[in-house]
Design a protein around this ligand. Structure first.
Ligand code: HEC
Length: 154
């Protein structure tokens, strides 16, 4: 009986070594990329720029203050305190995060495209916040805050 158990265990170990039933690392990577592409497509389909027209704030300050909160809670770990892409989390994860403070940054004061980018995400490690975690109001606030970071660096 024992030898049967040993045989079964060795077979299991072999299957595990072969990568869960034959799936290679390349297969898994391809599957992850396909899932990522699906999720970007879903976020893009859901995105509706006109919803921002319904967002209102009691004052510009309130908007920036809320944006600072969103930034600290959701962005800073990768993008860094000032938006230079030097967050501790990014370093720990070993991912490259672009700086928002480069002189020719493509979203400089481009609120519409910046909102859409935050909602939809990017193919790399940038989460799609519209699907995972932030509503239109908080995205609007984050954009106001990012603009203050960009202005402060000029
Ligand atoms: C897990 C790390 C991570 C977090 C958290 C994160 N980002 Fe990103 N972000 C990235 C990476 C990596 C890129 C570059 C991705 C690429 O080019 O495919 C990026 C790109 C961007 C870009 C495009 C910048 C450019 O120059 O093209 C914007 C805008 C952005 N992030 C905003 C935000 C905001 C706002 C938050 C918080 C709500 C946030 N990100 C949270 C990792 C992160």
């Amino acid at each position: 009986m024992r030898w049967r158990l040993a045989l079964a265990l060795s077979c299991l170990a072999l299957v595990a070594l072969a990568g869960c039933g034959g799936e290679t690392a390349a297969d898994r990577e391809a599957r992850m990329q396909a899932a990522r592409a699906d999720s970007l497509a879903m976020a893009q389909e859901l995105y509706n720029a006109t919803v921002f027209d319904t967002v209102s704030w009691e004052s510009p300050d309130a908007r920036v203050q809320r944006g600072a909160l969103v930034w600290r809670a959701s962005c800073e770990k990768c993008h860094g305190e000032g938006g230079r892409g030097d967050g501790l989390g990014a370093q720990q994860l070993g991912i490259d995060v672009p700086s928002f403070l480069v002189p020719d940054w493509k979203y400089t004061y481009e609120a519409d495209s910046l909102r859409e980018r935050i909602f939809v995400g990017l193919a790399g490690e940038m989460p799609n916040w519209g699907l995972h975690g932030l509503g239109y109001r908080d995205i609007d606030a984050a954009v106001a805050y990012i603009n203050t970071l960009v202005s402060a660096a000029r």
